[in-house]
Design a protein around this ligand. Structure first.
Ligand SMILES: Nc1ncnc2c1ncn2[C@@H]1O[C@H](COP(=O)(O)OP(=O)(O)OP(=O)(O)O)[C@@H](O)[C@H]1O
Length: 313
């Protein structure tokens, strides 16, 4: 499995000079060719993690391997494999799109390659704007320039730090298209986002970070499967001390106060009753358990996320 990992992050911690610990013992492997979304609230440590992986911020402990290269001891080699799209464009307001993007390539010591720059600009619909100064571009075009700059040196891995923060819905969808196109060309993509919708739409896998800890890394499909899970709550007439043996082996739990039974089941699309509810009710009846009310609810990725990031630390 590890030969598929293009990035390996091992036991990574970061304590800033202020004494603040922004990352706590993070382990993470990014698979070659995937889109990985790092989801977390403000201040969770997303930017810090990206900055450490890209070698812009030193780790306090732990290590990062980029395609097998230690990102500190072999910094230049590791860094040359990475493109980083920051949140905002800095300076260069009066340069042209073409010059800015070409210059970025030069920073990595790569020989000039106008054909590559042209491909990048065309793929991002920036070709017609190549002679424009950055200051004359719309917000959306500027975002595209950021991506073009990051791709100028032909990196295998692209980090996008909140690529769609503050952009309108239409542009967000455009950006998603661009990212998908890159993945099709074999680029591994790691993006950070606040938007659950974005992670749902784009990612192959999702990592959730909270207060510097990576609390979950999961296939999106698996998360979506959990999303299809429903919960039935039966308010009991008489509280129970424990679950009757007759009901063992079901996905049933008793609430702490003994007043309710909670049953989880998966919703099926084919409409058959595979929920097991009919059987459950019959068994409850046979066991002499009566209830006075019932309701069902379905969890969303939003809820899973909120419950994961809720402060417990
Ligand atoms: N240079 C620094 N010195 C001290 N603390 C810092 C420094 N940079 C970041 N932090 C702190 O580390 C924590 C994580 O910050 P980081 O920018 O990584 O979070 P984030 O998840 O990217 O947040 P956002 O979604 O707001 O961008 C925050 O509490 C932040 O205040």
């Amino acid at each position: 499995m590890s030969e598929h990992s293009v990035i390996r992050v091992e036991s990574l911690s970061k304590t800033y000079d202020s004494g603040f610990q922004a990352l706590k013992n993070v382990d993470l492997q990014i698979r070659r060719g995937e889109i990985f979304a790092l989801l977390g609230p403000n201040g969770a440590g997303k930017t810090t993690l990206i900055s450490v992986i890209c070698g812009l911020v030193n780790a306090s402990t732990g290590q990062v391997l980029v395609a097998g290269h230690d990102n500190v001891r072999e910094y230049r080699r590791a860094r040359s494999l990475i493109g980083l799209v920051p949140q905002e464009l800095t300076s260069e307001a009066f340069s042209t799109v073409w010059d800015t993007v070409s210059f970025s390539r030069g920073l990595f010591g790569k020989p000039r390659d106008p054909a590559h720059i042209e491909r990048v600009l065309r793929s991002l619909s920036l070709w017609d704007k190549r002679r424009n100064r950055l200051i004359t571009l719309s917000g959306g075009m500027k975002r595209r320039v950021l991506i073009a700059k990051a791709l100028a040196h032909e990196p295998e891995i692209l980090f996008l730090d909140e690529p769609t923060a503050g952009v309108d819905v239409e542009l967000r969808r455009d950006m998603w298209e661009v990212v998908r196109g890159l993945r099709e060309r074999g680029v591994t993509i790691i993006l950070t986002t606040h938007y659950i919708e974005e992670a749902e739409e784009m990612a192959d896998r999702i990592g959730v970070i909270r207060a510097g800890e990576l609390v979950l890394v999961e296939e999106k499909r698996e998360l979506m499967r959990q999303l299809g899970r429903k919960e039935l709550t039966l308010q009991l007439r008489e509280p129970l001390e424990r679950l009757p043996e007759a009901l063992d082996g079901r996905r049933l739990t008793l609430s702490e106060d003994g007043q309710a039974l909670i049953y989880t089941y998966e919703t099926r699309r084919n409409g058959d009753d595979q929920t097991g509810i009919a059987e459950l009710l019959a068994d409850l009846d046979a066991a002499g358990i009566r209830f006075k009310d019932l309701h069902t609810r379905q969890s969303s990725l939003e809820e899973i996320f909120v419950s994961l990031v809720r402060e417990e630390a």
